[in-house]
Design a binder for this molecule. Structure first.
Ligand SMILES: Nc1ncnc2c1ncn2[C@@H]1O[C@H](COP(=O)(O)OP(=O)(O)OP(=O)(O)O)[C@@H](O)[C@H]1O
Ligand SMILES: [Mg+2]
Length: 370
């Protein structure tokens, strides 16, 4: 498991040490550096997958690739970069996994989108560079009539795509596979198969929904059908995603990422709450907590107090130990970004609630009552 991420001179941060837990929730105002944390991990992974972190000549940080498109060195070097002792400006990313620190240092190249590696460690963090990695960004694929059918990405690599574009094909291919961990089982599901479990969780998120993923004969595409009825009653006609609304299409990849969690998985989720109604957000957070209980590490950026509350409930119900959770609150200060770490107790209560940390509800209530 990743215990910490250190970032020097990368995008929003001059220097930051980000503590990580089995479930890390990144919160804070817009532009506070939360996505930068996810992007720095994604940058390391995409550079590694391209074979560019082995320290050989020509190795380095690949700024534009499958996971992130960050532009040039000029875009990613922190504008008030600090001196790291190299010949020129450097970007340094380190991860601590199970107590072992691994550091990669790249030289700045103004117009380059491959930043040359000055030094790097050969030890490889298992979750970050391993096969069970998912990274789902905030702007996921809008509902579509059909979805790509890539054997390489969805079937061989089991990757859902950063925008969830391979989720339907992933589900089609693995629908009969049993979930790895009973901790992820939904009590109402017909069986332990991925399709029945996905269906049950989707139904809890949006009561009455039923899923069907199938290939479109003679094409490289797959399609998804939703039957939507009243919960508990036989469902009606199958609708295409474009006629169903954004929420279900947006949450499906999140559900699949969580249900496919195995020990050692690393799952990065950016605003998983997007387009979901409040109760669905809380249920989704409960599922995410179950993925951590099943052995995955999750790092989740969220603006949703329903996600926070889902996590608190999971701790209170005993799905997750309070020690497994890191709540991080990012706030800009004059001299950089401060990362606060409010503590969560075993009863789901938070001590030393920082000002600005999911407290808007209370502010509004004070004004309404005042
Ligand atoms: N090269 C750079 N130097 C300094 N700051 C940068 C650089 N590149 C990006 N930033 C800053 O990073 C911020 C964006 O950070 P990030 O996307 O991580 O925020 P966020 O907390 O995820 O925001 P949101 O809640 O809107 O998703 C912007 O304010 C931008 O000013
Ligand atoms: Mg963000």
């Amino acid at each position: 498991m990743l215990d910490r991420l250190d970032i020097v001179n990368f995008k929003a941060f001059a220097s930051a040490a980000i503590p990580l837990g089995a479930f890390t929730l990144l919160s804070g105002l817009n532009s506070a550096g939360k996505s930068t944390v996810l992007q720095s991990l994604a940058l390391l992974r995409q550079s590694q997958v391209a074979g560019l972190l082995d320290g050989s000549a020509g190795s380095g940080f690949l700024l534009n690739g499958e996971l992130v498109e960050l532009g040039t060195g000029r875009d990613v070097l922190h504008e008030n970069h600090i001196d790291t002792g190299g010949e020129g400006p450097q970007i340094v990313l380190s991860v601590v996994e199970d107590g072992v620190i691994q550091t990669w240092t790249a030289a700045y190249g103004q117009e380059n989108d491959l930043l040359h590696l000055d030094s790097g460690t050969t030890h490889r963090p298992a979750g970050l560079f391993g096969p069970n990695f998912q990274y789902l960004k905030a702007d996921r694929l809008a509902p579509a009539v059909s979805y790509p059918r890539s054997h390489e990405i969805a079937v061989r690599r089991g990757f859902l795509g950063c925008r969830g574009e391979h989720a339907v094909n992933f589900l089609r291919h693995r629908q009969d596979e049993r979930l790895a961990s009973p901790r992820l089982h939904h009590p109402e599901a017909r069986s332990a198969s991925l399709l029945d479990q996905t269906d049950a969780w989707m139904q809890e998120i949006c009561p009455g929904v039923n899923l069907q993923a199938a290939t479109i004969e003679g094409t490289d595409l797959v399609r998804l059908g939703y039957r939507i009825g009243v919960a508990g009653l036989p469902t009606a006609l199958s609708h295409r995603p474009t006629n169903v609304g954004f929420g279900l299409s947006y949450v499906l990849p999140i559900v699949l990422a969580c249900l496919s969690a195995v020990p050692g998985s690393l799952i990065l989720l950016e605003n998983p709450e997007a387009h979901l109604h409040p109760r669905g957000q809380t249920v989704m957070a409960t599922l995410a907590a179950a993925a951590v209980a099943a052995g995955a590490q999750l790092i989740v950026e969220s603006h949703s107090d329903h996600v926070l509350n889902g996590l608190r409930l999971a701790v209170k119900r005993g799905t997750l130990a309070d020690s497994a959770v890191k709540l991080l609150y990012f706030q800009r200060q004059r001299d950089g970004i401060e990362v606060l770490n409010p503590m969560l107790g075993p009863d789901g209560m938070i001590s030393d609630w920082p000002s600005g940390f999911f407290d808007e509800w209370e502010h509004s209530l004070d004004q309404l009552l005042g």
